[in-house]
Design a protein around this ligand. Structure first.
Ligand SMILES: NC(=O)c1ccc[n+]([C@@H]2O[C@H](COP(=O)([O-])OP(=O)(O)OC[C@H]3O[C@@H](n4cnc5c(N)ncnc54)[C@H](OP(=O)(O)O)[C@@H]3O)[C@@H](O)[C@H]2O)c1
Length: 246
């Protein structure tokens, strides 16, 4: 458990091109904490340029498509100064366990295999820069099957397990690994979720604070924290409760 100071650091965050995403909230928190540079990696650089028009000059937009083979490796060759890698980009299709095979595969590509490829590509960069830190946006739904999307939950369960594996495997090169487990957050992704939602800005601030404390796991909002506590108390009863929500 190593506290990671953001002051004067260089960060790379994926999927931070939307005006009201967790990514943009985290970019703002990194800048407020004194980051030297924040690379915002997006698949649509023109759209992101509009969101960040006239913004803080420490923000630099770069191209990354997690579904495109070779995209992660090309970025790692280009950005040798990254110290903090934040795997934030994600996809929610709403596919159930019996849902579309194409949707399920895309969800696993964007949520699991894409971020893994990016982490594999950037691990040597982090090592060369003193170890640095890795942040993975999992979900409270990494722990149980959320009624609106069993396939999304399954992909986030995979990222949760990979986060633990990455923490163990990257310990030798002194990379701190933070897993983030949000509940419902007020972004485009959660538009259809009718629950109390937390602002993406407050999740961003919580991520930066957790890095600076050296936390390994973060439940950044009250609703998610409460759901996780209910799940832990009686997993079977919670599964039955979730089934009534469907
Ligand atoms: N919102 C919630 O309630 C909630 C709860 C728990 C966990 N999370 C997780 O938190 C993270 C951020 O979520 P959010 O709510 O801020 O979502 P969001 O606003 O939908 O943003 C997701 C971002 O991922 C990007 N993305 C999708 N496919 C991509 C690809 N192939 N290559 C590169 N980028 C891609 C999107 O890019 P485009 O703009 O180009 O589409 C978008 O900017 C996700 O990992 C999500 O699963 C969210």
């Amino acid at each position: 458990m190593t506290a990671y100071p953001i002051q004067a650091s260089t960060a790379l965050i994926t999927g931070a091109g939307r005006a009201r995403g967790i990514g943009k909230g985290t970019v703002d928190a990194l800048l407020a904490a004194g980051a030297r540079r924040v690379y915002v990696a997006v698949r649509d650089t023109a759209a992101a340029a509009k969101v960040y028009a006239g913004y803080d000059p420490r923000v630099q937009i770069v191209a990354l498509d997690l579904e495109k083979p070779g995209s992660a490796e090309a970025l790692a060759k280009q950005l040798g100064d990254v110290q903090v890698l934040i795997n934030n980009a994600g996809l929610f299709t709403g596919a159930g366990a019996l849902g579309s095979d194409a949707d399920q595969r895309r969800e696993f590509e964007v949520n699991v295999f894409g971020p893994l490829a990016l982490t594999r590509a950037f691990a040597p960069v982090l090592a060369r820069n003193g170890g640095g830190a890795l942040v993975v946006l999992n979900s409270v739904a990494s722990h149980f099957s959320f009624p609106l999307g069993a396939s999304y939950s399954a992909s986030k369960a995979a990222t949760h397990i990979f986060t633990q594996g990455l923490r163990r495997e990257l310990a030798a090169q002194r990379t701190h690994v933070l897993g983030v487990y949000p509940g419902p957050i007020d972004t485009d992704m959660a538009e259809k979720i009718e629950m109390e939602k937390t602002s993406p800005a407050s999740v961003g601030r919580a991520i930066v604070a957790a890095l600076e404390r050296g936390d390994e796991d973060l439940f950044p909002d009250g609703t998610g924290e409460q759901m996780y506590a209910q799940f832990r108390q009686d997993p079977k009863a919670f599964e039955r409760y979730l089934a009534t929500m469907a």
